[in-house]
Ligand binder design. Structure first.
Ligand code: SAM
Length: 263
């Protein structure tokens, strides 16, 4: 699947350029995303790719930034950002305006994040190599709060992404504890009236609905925003909690929930 980077080029122009070279593209519910049906060459090795005209990612992974819907004037935080698929998508939705603070713990993965930000011509993003569990102290001490936050949490993965996936119950519970901690931090950093989108590419209830139930029980200052599975051409349904969403195979599994900070 390709997401056309509308910061640099129109979807029509990318379509025309690739189709001239024999690539067969299929439309999706997003006018700037196309399914690659057939390509005579690797779609990640074209001049158009290197020019930053498009990003390769699953259609499911485009849904969290769409649901977060950051605006041009927003001050946004991407808590777990590398390699930057969703950061660069947020920048595209914001038309390169406002500000995104993109945090990533891994020094190694920061390289890919920076390279994607540069390749796609993203100009509104500050990259921070830090652990959100520590960086939050700096933000809170300086009264820095955000309008929109994306928490695309580290998770145990899924079998579509990783054919050799072999995770134990213990691994899943470890992820779940970390996800709850990160979600609580994200909500502390939201402005009153701000929105946070929580997503994972895991199918495990412990990493998804259980994390949302935990936080709704723990905090009184938030409410779950009810989402509808309105996206065409993708296997998306309501999650086990009303108003949350789940994408199922054959699409890349994803879980998505949106929370509003009330006060
Ligand atoms: C699911 S991936 C993010 C994918 C990214 N949002 C995208 O769309 O390209 C989760 C990322 O969170 C990072 N991470 C894990 N724990 C973190 C923490 N405590 N603070 C900041 N980043 C963290 C991981 O290194 C990993 O790169």
């Amino acid at each position: 699947m390709i997401r056309v980077n509308t910061l640099k080029i129109s979807p029509e122009e990318v379509k025309e350029r690739l189709e001239k070279k024999g690539v067969i593209l299929e439309e999706t519910f997003l006018d700037y995303a196309f399914k690659v049906k057939k390509s005579p060459f690797s779609i990640g090795a074209t001049p158009e790719y290197l020019f930053g005209y498009y990003y390769l990612q699953s259609l499911s992974s485009m849904i969290p930034p769409i649901i977060l819907n950051p605006k041009k004037r927003d001050f946004a935080l991407d808590m777990c950002s590398a390699p930057g698929g969703k950061t660069t998508h947020m920048a595209q939705i914001m038309e390169n305006q406002g500000v995104i603070v993109a945090v990533e713990i891994s020094r190694e993965r920061i390289k890919a994040l920076k390279s994607n930000i540069n390749r796609l011509g993203v100009l509104n993003t500050i990259v921070i190599n830090a652990d959100m569990r520590e960086y939050k102290n700096y933000l809170l001490e300086n009264n820095i709060f955000f309008d929109k936050i994306l928490l695309d949490a580290p998770c145990s993965g899924n079998f579509i992404k990783d054919k050799n996936r072999n995770v134990s119950k213990k691994d899943i519970l470890y992820c779940s504890i970390r996800q709850k901690e990160l979600l609580n931090i994200g909500l502390d950093l939201l402005k009153k009236g701000g929105y946070l989108v929580y997503s994972t590419c895991s199918m495990e209830k412990e990493e998804n609905e259980d994390v949302i139930s935990y936080i709704l029980n723990k905090r009184e200052d938030i409410k779950l925003i009810k989402l509808k599975p309105k996206f065409k051409g993708i296997n998306i349904k309501e999650g086990y909690i009303r108003g949350t969403l789940r994408v199922f195979p054959p699409d890349e599994p994803f879980f998505i929930a949106k929370i509003k900070k009330l006060f």
